[in-house]
Each structure stands twice: as C-alpha cells, then as structure tokens.
Design a binder for this molecule. Structure first.
Ligand SMILES: O=C(O)c1cc(=O)[nH]c(=O)n1[C@@H]1O[C@H](COP(=O)(O)O)[C@@H](O)[C@H]1O
Length: 278
C-alpha cells in the first residue's frame, strides 16, 4: 500500500506544487450565472473538475459549501470526489474535524475508510481538543494510506490569540502541535503523510517547521492577501515542503474552462518560481 505522503510527493513531481480549493460561494455561483441551489452547485463542481481535475496535484473541496444544501449537497460532494479521483487528482477534503477520541473515530470512518462513500485521500483536522484526540484519524489514515492536515497557524487574524498562546514549557500552542505531528512523520520517505496547515498570510512568526517531514498546506493566497513571494518569510527553510492552496483566486476566473485553466497555470508558475528560490 502506498502512503499518502508517497502519492502526494509523486503528484507534486508530476503536476506541480499546487492545491486548488472548490469553494462554491453563493457569490461565485451568481458570477458564473448559476442558481444558488443544488443544481448550480453540481454544475459549478462539474465545470471545475473538467477544467482542472486532470492537471492539478491536489483538489480541496470545502465541505461547508456542500453541507449548506443538506443531503443533496453532500451527494454532490460524493460525486465530485469520484470525478476528481477519475481525473487523477488527489482529494483533500476540507472539513476541519476535531472532537473527543470516540467521535473522532466516527469521523475517521466517514472520510478515511475506503468503504465510505465520502472516502478521500486526506482531510483537514482541528487539534484544539488536543492532538492526542485525533489519534483515531491518524491510525485510520496510517492503516489505509490516507493523510491528515492538522491546523497549526491558520490564515485568519483571529487564530493567533489561541495558536500563539505560550504554555508552561515556553512553547506556543502551535509549536506543540507542530512538534507532535512531526513525531508521526519520523523516518518517512520521501515525505510523511501527516501535514500541517500554516496560513500564507501570517508573516514571520518564529515557529520551527524544520523537522515536520510532511506537507505544509498554505492557504490564504490570493483572496486573503497572501502572495507566493511571501511564502519564504512564513516558511523559511521549510519552503520545499509547502503545498500552496488557492480557492477564490482561481475560481473567480470561471466559468470558462480555458480561463480556469489559465488562472491555474498562472498561480502554479508563480508558486513554482517562489518555491524554487530556496
Ligand atoms: O484548512 C484550510 O484549508 C484553511 C486553513 C486556514 O488557515 N485558512 C483557510 O483559508 N483555509 C481554507 O482555505 C480556503 C481559502 O479560500 P480562498 O481564500 O478563497 O483561497 C477556504 O476553504 C478556507 O476554509
């Protein structure tokens, strides 16, 4: 069984360091001339998958935009996941789950067990009930070759008051998350399967990402003001492990498939250039 880290490493080598998010905001549906309903959602996703599913390493559907339409919206999420897999991109489902361990086990079966209809390559997880509470996700991912991206330093301005709080041992909350996830990737080659989320907007924070040995998802580019050139300031020597992630910056170019592809190529070229500067 190939691990997620191995698959991700290969996908990035073949398709380049880029994750594109599918975030069907009501405003984007309107801009694309689509109704704000399940049919509009379905058409939006189909256009994105057909335009870029066969050329982007990772696609990250944001679950909230599907859940807001109830069961039929989740049905569109299921079919979008299937279509993305057929197009050859890895699917990172952005659900930011976290709970007590016994409930995390159910989330793990929902997203990381191959028998689930919502099975994906990797999910995002929130560690704020304790990194240890995520253990069922970690072990299910390890068992089935999946990945988990744990929030460390998020792109939003409100995150810092919690994530940069300093504990009794002098480390920030985020650094303890970084250190615990790094342990899980020890010895993995060429890349571990347990990633961290670090926003592209946060500037230099003094956190040590040097020992992570796993992917560093960098959302916040484009619409939230982060730039590829700014990634070096945020990530320093860890820059080669960064997986830049864009949603609205790319999606805003639609609905024409050629325009979506052109926007994807543009941000990919910018990211390649920024990541090559180490
Ligand atoms: O986990 C994430 O992907 C995430 C973490 C974070 O710190 N900030 C952040 O913006 N995100 C997600 O990344 C996407 C950003 O979308 P854009 O701002 O449109 O590129 C949204 O789906 C967010 O939920």
């Amino acid at each position: 069984m190939e691990t997620f880290g191995v698959r991700l490493h290969r996908a990035v080598a073949e398709r380049g360091p880029l994750c594109v998010g599918i975030d069907p905001h009501p405003g984007l549906l309107a801009d694309w001339g689509l109704p704000d309903d399940v049919d509009g959602l379905e058409r939006f996703c189909r256009i994105v998958v057909e335009a870029i599913g066969d050329r982007v390493a990772v696609v990250k559907p944001q679950s909230a935009f599907f859940e807001r339409f109830g069961a039929r919206g989740v049905g569109v999420l299921e079919s979008t996941i299937r279509q993305l897999r057929n197009a050859g991109s890895l699917v990172l489902l952005d659900v930011k789950r976290g709970d007590i361990g016994s409930t995390v086990r159910a989330y793990a079966s929902a997203y990381l067990d191959p028998s689930s209809p919502l099975y994906v390559d990797a999910i995002t997880a929130s560690p704020y009930l304790g990194v240890g509470s995520l253990e069922p996700m970690i072990s299910t991912a390890a068992e089935h070759g999946g990945g988990v991206f744990v929030l460390a330093l998020t792109s939003n301005p409100e995150g810092a008051s919690v994530q940069r709080a300093v504990g009794a041992d002098g480390r920030t909350v985020a650094q303890t998350v970084i250190d615990e996830i790094s342990q899980l990737n020890r010895g993995a080659e060429p890349l571990g399967s347990f990633g961290l989320v670090v926003g592209a907007t946060i500037g230099e924070t003094g956190h040590d990402l040097g020992a992570v040995n796993g992917p560093l998802l960098a959302p916040g580019l484009g619409a939230q003001g982060g730039t590829p050139a700014g990634l070096r300031t945020v990530f320093g020597a860890a820059l080669p492990s960064v997986l830049p992630s864009y949603s609205r910056e790319v999606l805003g170019a639609g609905p024409e498939p050629d325009a979506l592809r052109a926007a994807t190529e543009r941000v990919l070229a910018e990211c390649r250039a920024a990541l090559a500067t180490v």
